[in-house]
Write a protein that binds this ligand. Structure first.
Ligand SMILES: Cc1cc2nc3c(=O)[nH]c(=O)nc-3n(C[C@H](O)[C@H](O)[C@H](O)COP(=O)(O)OP(=O)(O)OC[C@H]3O[C@@H](n4cnc5c(N)ncnc54)[C@H](O)[C@@H]3O)c2cc1C
Length: 508
């Protein structure tokens, strides 16, 4: 890592983080951007390692904004990148002198201590302002066969293609409800894959949705063009795109050999007698995204349930401030709303950070705000349209799993085991309580895979509101970390000679 002192630390080099970095640096802030990936770009602008050869995944008009932002960030003298670096804990945000956690919002005299692990080992960073832009991940949807090799989320298939120039399989079925299915299918076709079918659980938009779509069009034409271009590519390649079609399960003994699909009614309930199997070696499901709020929640930032926006999202004000001092958030973890909106929220957060740090005058801040607020409003119209037309029917998806279906794949806990635990302990009312009794959510992914499905199962079984049930408590390290690195954390001196993190008290 560079020796630059991070005046502003940004976790995540996706659209939100990059836009924030460029905006803050432009106004004079020294910015350090950490990202666990090898190159900046986040999910949508993911690229292969330098020198990997082959066509640039960011070629084409849909990625003009990404290419420009990446180039500006790379060239800016006040922006430093720390790649392959994971932020795994945020400390000192709400701890009173006696060691007990104070309520969210309690002022603290200094900024947070951010523990990162990268090529240089563990470091503790002491930014004056911390901006979290950790993005989102595909909503995992358990169903029979979902742990078979060959079963992916569509984002995983796309990440292999963009980041490693690798086709996930030879014959691929994509199924779900999100337009990313179309984008990824077209990318796969162009890369030479055999896409057997793209299946959408919902129907074609009705008159009311088309009216809303027309209203969302101004300022969002590029997004619409990307979708229509993808459909044209698929039509030309003869790929069937079906609506009212749900994937029920994947078949196969030790690898996916087929996808079982069925016609569904408007509530995504399968219509008896319509089941059919499509032979394939790869399945990709795409039902939207889950905001990656673990680090923020571990820090103590408040989150709230917002199903259409992805589930648990961070509470924030109009300036992207979280409920904790010194910590801002932008992009998908404030609500899944697409890359363009992530960019706008990143800029909005950066303006407020610069104002708070005293490096931007109120007059300059307000002048820039007008354009950014317009951008936010435009991009939010498209986000709301996608929310209303593509949100997953969580109850219908929950019904796909049978008692033998693994729910927590890390700890190998099935739906049946969870149901049994619920029957034996009728008072259980939170995801954390079920986790303690079953170990679901205690594995290496820390519940990122099973958390949303567990909350839905509990909600369907008990009718307790989802916002009461979850999420799992987030603990450091929020992502896997070598034990040696953790041990070193005690001895690590910080860049500003702050005390090492107290893992005894903070890592309960
Ligand atoms: C797999 C996937 C593929 C997608 N593909 C498309 C697409 O093709 N087209 C499209 O329009 N939208 C796509 N989306 C949606 C798209 O991700 C978002 O709209 C947009 O990228 C959000 O920008 P962001 O900056 O909020 O987050 P992201 O782009 O997700 O960026 C977040 C960054 O934070 C980093 N990060 C997360 N946690 C940590 C941590 N603890 N420490 C260090 N770094 C961390 C990640 O490595 C990532 O680089 C995709 C989403 C996913 C999940």
């Amino acid at each position: 890592m560079s020796a630059v002192e991070p005046q502003v630390l940004i976790v995540g080099a996706g659209p939100a983080g990059l836009a924030a970095a460029v905006t803050a640096a432009h106004h004079g802030a020294q910015v350090l951007v950490v990202d666990e990936q090898a190159r900046p770009g986040g999910q949508i602008w993911r690229r292969p390692d330098p020198g990997a050869g082959g066509p640039d995944p960011l070629a084409g008009p849909a990625y003009t904004a990404g290419r420009t932002l990446l180039a500006r960030a790379a060239a800016h003298p006040r922006i430093t990148f720390a790649h392959d670096t994971t932020a795994w804990g945020v400390f000192g945000t709400r701890t009173t002198p006696d060691g007990f956690a104070a309520p969210p919002g309690t002022p603290v005299p200094e900024g947070p201590r951010v523990a990162v692990h990268g090529p240089a080992g563990v470091e503790i960073l002491l930014p004056r302002a911390l901006l979290l832009t950790a993005g989102a991940y595909d909503l995992p949807v358990p169903m029979p066969g979902w742990t078979l090799p060959g079963f992916f989320t569509v984002g995983g298939i796309q990440a292999l293609l963009k980041g490693h120039r690798t086709l996930a399989g030879r014959r691929i079925v994509l199924a779900g409800a999100h337009p990313l299915l179309l984008i990824a299918a077209a990318q796969l076709v162009r890369a030479g894959a055999d896409v057997a079918e793209v299946a959408f659980a919902q129907g074609l938009p009705g008159p009311a949705e088309l009216t809303r779509a027309l209203a969302a069009l101004p300022g969002n034409r590029a997004k619409v063009t990307e979708g229509t271009t993808a459909v044209r590519t698929l039509r030309q390649a003869g790929v069937p795109i079906r609506t009212h079609t749900l994937i029920l399960r994947a078949e196969g003994a030790d690898h996916v050999t087929g996808a079982v699909l069925a016609r569904v009614d408007r509530n995504w309930r399968p219509i008896p007698g319509t089941e059919r199997t499509v032979a394939c070696d790869t399945v990709g499901t795409g039902y939207g995204f889950v905001p990656s709020t673990e680090l923020a929640r571990q820090a103590g930032c408040a989150a709230t349930w917002n199903g259409p926006a992805g589930g648990w999202v961070l509470v924030h004000d109009h300036a992207m401030r979280t409920t904790l001092p010194h910590i801002w958030a932008a992009g998908e973890l404030t609500g899944v709303a697409g890359a363009e909106h992530a960019v706008a929220t990143g800029k909005r957060a950066a303006l407020d950070i610069c104002l708070s740090l005293g490096i931007l005058t109120t007059a300059d801040h307000d002048r820039e705000l007008t354009a950014v607020d317009r951008e936010l409003a435009t991009t939010m119209r498209m986000a709301k349209l996608l929310e209303s037309t593509c949100a997953p029917d969580r109850a219908a998806l929950n019904a796909l799993a049978d008692d033998d279906t693994p729910l927590c794949r890390c700890e190998e806990v099935s739906y049946g085991q969870i149901r049994c635990t619920m029957r034996d302990n009728p008072g259980l009312g939170t995801a954390d309580a079920v986790k303690l009794l079953t170990r679901a959510g205690m594995g290496p992914c820390q519940g990122r895979m099973c958390g949303p499905a567990l909350v839905e199962l509990l909600h369907q079984e008990t009718h307790i509101p989802r916002e009461t049930l979850g999420p799992f408590t987030a603990r450091p390290p929020i992502k896997p970390l070598p034990l040696a690195a953790l041990a070193e954390a005690h001895a690590t001196t910080t860049r500003t000679a702050a005390p090492p993190i107290d893992t005894d008290t903070d890592m309960s």
